[in-house]
Design a protein around this ligand. Sequence first.
Ligand SMILES: *[C@@H]1O[C@H](CO)[C@@H](O)[C@H](O)[C@H]1NC(C)=O
Ligand SMILES: *[C@@H]1O[C@H](CO)[C@@H](O)[C@H](O)[C@H]1NC(C)=O
Ligand SMILES: *[C@@H]1O[C@H](CO)[C@@H](O)[C@H](O)[C@H]1NC(C)=O
Ligand SMILES: *[C@@H]1O[C@H](CO)[C@@H](O)[C@H](O)[C@H]1NC(C)=O
Ligand SMILES: *[C@@H]1O[C@H](CO)[C@@H](O)[C@H](O)[C@H]1NC(C)=O
Ligand SMILES: *[C@@H]1O[C@H](CO)[C@@H](O)[C@H](O)[C@H]1NC(C)=O
Ligand SMILES: *[C@@H]1O[C@H](CO)[C@@H](O)[C@H](O)[C@H]1NC(C)=O
Ligand SMILES: *[C@@H]1O[C@H](CO)[C@@H](O)[C@H](O)[C@H]1NC(C)=O
Ligand SMILES: *[C@@H]1O[C@H](CO)[C@@H](O)[C@H](O)[C@H]1NC(C)=O
Ligand SMILES: *[C@@H]1O[C@H](CO)[C@@H](O)[C@H](O)[C@H]1NC(C)=O
Length: 537
Amino acid sequence: MAPSGPRPALPALLVLLAALLPGPGDAQTSVSPQVVILPRGGSVLVNCSSSCDQSPFLGLETPLTKREVLPGGNNWKMFELSNVQEDSQPICFSNCGGRQSTAKTFLTVYWTPERVELAPLPAWQPVGENLTLRCQVEGGAPRANLTVVLLRGEEELSRQPVPQLGEPAEVTVTVLAGRNDHGANFSCRTELDLRSQGLELFENISAPHQLQTFVLPETPPQLLGPWVLEVDTQGTVVCSLDGLFPVSEAQVHLALGDQKLNHTITYGFDSLSAKASVKGTAEEEGTQRLFCAVILGNQSQETRKTVTVYSFPVPKVILSEPEVSEGTEVIVKCEAHPRAMVMLNGVPAQTLGPRAQLRLKARPEDDGRNFSCSATLEVAGQVVHKNQTRELRVLYGPQLDEKDCPRNWTWPENSQQTPTCQAWGNPSPQLKCLKDGTLALPIGKSVTVTRDLAGTYLCRATSTRGEVTCEVTVNVVNLPSPQYVMVIIALVVTAAVLGTAGIAIYLYNRQRKIRKYRLQQAQNGTPMKPITQATPP
Ligand SMILES: *[C@@H]1O[C@H](CO)[C@@H](O)[C@H](O)[C@H]1NC(C)=O
Ligand SMILES: *[C@@H]1O[C@H](CO)[C@@H](O)[C@H](O)[C@H]1NC(C)=O
Ligand SMILES: *[C@@H]1O[C@H](CO)[C@@H](O)[C@H](O)[C@H]1NC(C)=O
Ligand SMILES: *[C@@H]1O[C@H](CO)[C@@H](O)[C@H](O)[C@H]1NC(C)=O
Ligand SMILES: *[C@@H]1O[C@H](CO)[C@@H](O)[C@H](O)[C@H]1NC(C)=O
Ligand SMILES: *[C@@H]1O[C@H](CO)[C@@H](O)[C@H](O)[C@H]1NC(C)=O
Ligand SMILES: *[C@@H]1O[C@H](CO)[C@@H](O)[C@H](O)[C@H]1NC(C)=O
Ligand SMILES: *[C@@H]1O[C@H](CO)[C@@H](O)[C@H](O)[C@H]1NC(C)=O
Ligand SMILES: *[C@@H]1O[C@H](CO)[C@@H](O)[C@H](O)[C@H]1NC(C)=O
Ligand SMILES: *[C@@H]1O[C@H](CO)[C@@H](O)[C@H](O)[C@H]1NC(C)=O
């Protein structure tokens, strides 16, 4: 090759000019149309012509399927190019007088993408985290005129050209997920804009994907429940959490040990509360794990607590005999759970523990006396109580005490009275008070006292344990009748009124005489003097 420099370049440039510029007498090749845009797989007619006067040799150089459309003209030929799959530049050539000239036509193939797809979204997207939307576009040409639009519903989030390279081509956009994105449909759309080429705007849209966003706070749920639970009793467990979105999608899992609890959920505006009842069973005795999880989206918040399931039978009060005769010795025992502490009638056992006892000689006062055994047990730091009470029956009597059956009644005639007499004993004695062996004293009933009621009655209390008797006397006294008393009161009042009136009249008359005397002195011309001096000596 020639050494480098501007000089050797000159001949090459001249050759190029000779080829491009028509020299005098030089024939030229032309092609029509020079620029074609056609759909993929389409056909086009290309007219190659020459300015040559003589019959030129015309041809079209292309790898495409071509067919000459007959008849052509003297200096032109028509070719049909079919099934054009991609961009191509066929070259028309003509030979005129041993000289060849060429002309290029530019074929641009267009087609809409074969696949437009939004990559699957996460099933659940936490609010406040970035979400990347990916749109994949397969095919489509010309890429220079192909745009991808990412959409939330109808709203355009981003508009980007499709990269020239890459199959499928991917366009991404990152959005910050919010609460209002919950339930929103995301999609992407391609736009092949060929309007400047006299064609239209071709749009293809992907299938929509619905997004679910959620908020699950960082705090664990609050778990309330019984921390000690007696076997065969029920307790209520409540698990709650605030600040959830969307609260209706939140789920709760509640379990005691391996046993799933059946709960009911109450929803608030952004909170929920799950309630379940737990039952202690004998198999679960000991410490059990109470577990609550609130599940939202693909996350969960959990709380664990321990529940102690215990059994604590009621302490027993054992009476050596529940029913004894007066004077018998009775042993009262109190027995409870081996780990419990008992108190019998409020008195702790001498050796602190689950047993206590006391002895007593049964007295009538002990009939109906209650013996109570109360036990306390410590379970997981909590003290639980239980008690049992039994009643002692003492057989005694019958008894007729003067306190409850007075021996002497003195009642005014015609007054209302209720004779009372109470006989004591277990079993309850029968009581009858009779005068002359036939007339009964109406015990416990209100009666009008008459002379007939007076007399001495023999009261007899009878039970299976024997009988006792006493005498009760009723005295009836004659007091003035109420009408008589009223007449006396009326007379006394009248006398008092008359007496008072007499004194009043006397005083009035005396006063009047004094006034008259003073008036006379004034008329006699004597000057007015104090009354004391005016009084005559
Ligand atoms: C092809 O081109 C030539 C030269 O421009 C013209 O004379 C001829 O009519 C064209 N043929 C057709 C079929 O249009
Ligand atoms: C793309 O849209 C065009 C019309 O704009 C349609 O003819 C073509 O079938 C669509 N392509 C796909 C893959 O849906
Ligand atoms: C929840 O889903 C997100 C997005 O799909 C993921 O990044 C995260 O690791 C998931 N979290 C859990 C606990 O599975
Ligand atoms: C989300 O992405 C933007 C940039 O796209 C970044 O500035 C922001 O810090 C990201 N936010 C989170 C929470 O990751
Ligand atoms: C299509 O692409 C061509 C070539 O890059 C460009 O000249 C033309 O302006 C584009 N048309 C549109 C509508 O973008
Ligand atoms: C999203 O699409 C689903 C069905 O594809 C429809 O039921 C729902 O209403 C749409 N959501 C919105 C916000 O348009
Ligand atoms: C849970 O509750 C439902 C209805 O209240 C009841 O039909 C079902 O038997 C319960 N399941 C258990 C394990 O208790
Ligand atoms: C003993 O208990 C019974 C029932 O618990 C009660 O009716 C009775 O009055 C009690 N006796 C005493 C003396 O407190
Ligand atoms: C005994 O138990 C009953 C019921 O369990 C309770 O109401 C009562 O207060 C208890 N008595 C004592 C003294 O603890
Ligand atoms: C009963 O009472 C009356 C008057 O109160 C008295 O005079 C009489 O002596 C009493 N009788 C007896 C037996 O105590």
